[in-house]
Design a protein around this ligand. Structure first.
Ligand code: GLU
Length: 326
C-alpha cells in the first residue's frame, strides 16, 4: 500500500516546503509544525484541514504552526501518519476501522497506534454518470468507462467493497481509470469517462463542477447487494444525497455512506492534540461556517460516534473538561 501514499505533486511540494520550513536551523525553539493530510482540492477534506489549521494558527499563547496540503485521500493519510510524514489526517470511518483492526486493504496489518480525534460530516458514496451514457442503475456500470478512484483514496477503498459484493473486477468495465479526485469532473465533462465515484460530503466543488459543465445524473446505490454491505459492516449506513444541490439533480438520491473522521497517532504530542481540538471547539460556530457540509455538526456526537480507534489522550482531556465524555 505504501507506494500509493503520496499521489499528488501538490502534496510532495507542500511537504518539501514544510520540511524546509521546519528545519531546526530556521525554526524558533518552541515552534511546533504540524501537517494535516486532506484530499483533493475540490473535495471537503481539503476544507476540513484548511479550516482546522486556520483556527490553530490563530491560537493565542501557542507556537503551533499548522499546514494542510492536498493528498491522495483517506488511505494515503493513514499511511502518511504511520510513516511519520503526517501528524494528523482526515479519513473515512470505514478506512479508520479497517486500518485499526487490520481488515480490508489493511488485512493482517492492524495499526494499533491509530487514534481518533473527532468525527466530522457524513459522506455518501456518490456515483455520477453522464446523462448520455445510458447508466441509470449501479449494474449499468458493467462495460462502461468508470473512474474507480486513485489508489490511496477512500472512494477507491469503498468502491472495491462494492465491486467485491457484485463479483466485479476492473475487467468488468471497458475502462477502469484511477484519476485523482480533483481530475474526475473534467474527465467526465470531456467524455473520457462515463461515470465517476466519490465518497464525499455535499455540496462539494467537484460534483458542482461536473454537473455545471455536462449533463450528469447522480445514480442511486440501493439494490440488494448494497443492502447486504450495509447489513454486514457496522460502519456503513444507508444515506441520502438531498435533491436540489446540483444542476439537473432535483430529486433525493438513495445511497449508502460513511462519516469523515479526523485521526492521528498515539505518538502525537498530547498538548498539540489538546490545543488542536480546543482551537476547533472553542471556535465551533466559526468552524461550522467554513463549509455547508459542517452545518449540522454537534460536538457531543462528533466525539462519540463513528470512531473505532480509541480517542487520543489530548482530545479526551479536552472532551472530559467539557463534560462530553466520562
Ligand atoms: N472521502 C475521500 C477520501 O477518503 C475524500 C473526500 C474529500 O476530499 O472530501 O479520499
Amino acid at each position: 500500500m505504501k507506494r500509493h501514499v503520496f499521489s499528488t505533486t501538490a502534496f510532495s511540494g507542500a511537504l518539501l516546503a514544510a520540511a524546509a520550513f521546519a528545519s531546526p536551523a530556521m525554526a524558533q525553539d518552541d515552534e511546533q509544525f504540524i501537517t494535516i493530510g486532506t484530499g483533493g482540492q475540490t473535495g471537503v477534506y481539503y476544507v476540513v484541514g484548511q479550516s482546522i489549521c486556520r483556527l490553530v494558527n490563530r491560537l493565542e499563547d501557542s507556537d503551533i504552526k499548522c499546514n494542510a496540503p492536498s493528498t491522495g485521500g483517506s488511505v494515503a493519510n493513514i499511511n502518511g501518519i504511520k510513516s511519520g510524514e503526517l501528524d494528523m489526517g482526515v479519513a473515512q470511518s470505514d478506512v479508520q476501522y479497517q486500518a485499526y483492526n487490520g481488515t480490508g486493504n489493511f488485512e493482517g496489518e492492524p495499526y494499533e497506534e491509530l487514534r481518533a480525534v473527532f468525527r466530522v460530516h457524513g459522506e455518501p458514496l456518490t456515483l455520477l454518470a453522464r446523462a448520455d451514457s445510458g447508466i441509470e442503475t449501479l449494474d449499468d456500470l458493467e462495460g462502461k468507462r468508470v473512474n474507480i478512484g486513485n489508489p490511496g483514496s477512500g472512494q477507491r477503498n469503498t468502491m472495491e467493497v462494492v465491486m467485491d459484493a457484485k463479483g466485479w473486477t476492473e475487467d468488468t468495465f471497458s475502462l477502469a481509470s484511477q484519476l485523482d479526485a480533483a481530475e474526475q469532473a473534467a474527465a467526465l465533462a470531456d467524455n473520457n469517462v462515463d461515470a465517476m465515484v466519490y465518497v464525499v460530503g455535499h455540496p462539494n466543488g467537484s460534483i458542482q463542477e461536473a454537473t455545471t459543465t455536462v449533463d450528469a445524473r447522480l445514480i442511486p446505490l440501493n439494490d440488494e447487494d448494497i443492502q447486504g454491505i450495509v447489513d454486514e459492516y457496522p460502519y456503513y449506513s444507508a444515506s441520502v444525497i438531498p435533491g436540489g444541490l446540483y444542476r439537473g439533480n432535483d430529486e433525493d438520491v438513495e445511497t449508502f455512506g460513511v462519516a469523515a473522521t479526523f485521526v492521528t497517532t498515539a505518538e502525537a504530542d498530547e498538548e498539540v492534540i489538546y490545543q488542536t481540538v480546543k482551537a476547533v471547539f472553542d471556535n465551533f460556530d466559526r468552524f461550522k461556517r467554513l463549509h455547508p457540509a459542517f452545518e449540522n455538526l454537534v460536538p457531543e456526537e462528533m466525539v462519540t460516534q463513528g470512531l473505532s480507534a480509541p480517542l487520543h489522550d489530548g482530545a479526551a482531556r479536552y472532551y472530559r473538561e467539557q463534560g462530553w465524555i466520562e
